[in-house]
Design a protein around this ligand. Sequence first.
Ligand SMILES: NC(=O)c1ccc[n+]([C@@H]2O[C@H](COP(=O)([O-])OP(=O)(O)OC[C@H]3O[C@@H](n4cnc5c(N)ncnc54)[C@H](O)[C@@H]3O)[C@@H](O)[C@H]2O)c1
Length: 281
Amino acid sequence: MGLLDGKVALITGGARGQGRSHAMALAREGADIAVCDISTKPRTTFYDGPTAADLKETERLVHELDRRCVAMEADVTDRVALGRFVDATVEQLGHIDIVCANAGIVSYNSFWETTDEQWDDTIATNMTGVWNTVRACARHMIAAGRGGSMVLTSSVAAFTPAPGASAYVASKNGVVGIMKSAAVELAQFNIRVNSIHPCTVNTPMVINQPTRDMFGGRSGVTHADVEPAMQALVLLPQTMAEPEDMSAAVLYLVSDAGRAVTGVALPVDLGMQLVPPGGWR
Ligand SMILES: NC(=O)c1ccc[n+]([C@@H]2O[C@H](COP(=O)([O-])OP(=O)(O)OC[C@H]3O[C@@H](n4cnc5c(N)ncnc54)[C@H](O)[C@@H]3O)[C@@H](O)[C@H]2O)c1
């Protein structure tokens, strides 16, 4: 018996990273899974994007857990493509009970040098993409009358703005607004909506050479070089969280364990909220 037997979970940005981890964690608890991804590198990011093979691999891993899986290339900023993905999920898996609006991108620049493209792409993906996902899924979930739970992925950046990430910070604050509005309006249908706020997570979005070089201010910066600075940002004695830590929070929120929780912005951040500017260490 799994915690999510008979449930269907729809996850955006599931080709790798936290999205894939959520797919595995929820499938392990008995949920059938639908994942989408763009499976390519967006124009304004400077880290590699996933490939079609990565999305296939998520599908294979879910099948290995004996769960059904719909895996489709769909861009959360493209309402037509996203609508096709949501419709295909309902057609093939019957209904939607759980939504993880997880897809996101990041790029860095000073406030004044942020390009139109950086702003537009970040807001379109991280904020409008989440709104597109919530709206499309809510329509099906309301019609099905089964209740449900949504987890929107924001960031600690919504609480503590990192310099050089104004578009990201704005987009992740927008996610909190979407979460609270959806929680208020969907509660009458027994659909709960919460957000998670990760600190640094060990995924290709941040654990890559260009990001290390940017933070280190030179090329060839190693992980060991930046570890002390990363440790100073958090309380617990580890430099970053793992995708599985975020999936554990998602599992709590979408299972019956979280049945009394809605409208909550949950930090999953190694204690980052209590670290003063400049750090304790
Ligand atoms: N990694 C971190 O340190 C960290 C910290 C806080 C919040 N987050 C957030 O966590 C979420 C997951 O990121 P991750 O760490 O797994 O990074 P990731 O880059 O490994 O995964 C993000 C996935 O989203 C997909 N994606 C991007 N744009 C998309 C679009 N328009 N349509 C569909 N899919 C799209 C990417 O292709 C990728 O597979 C993101 O919302 C991110 O902002 C990450």
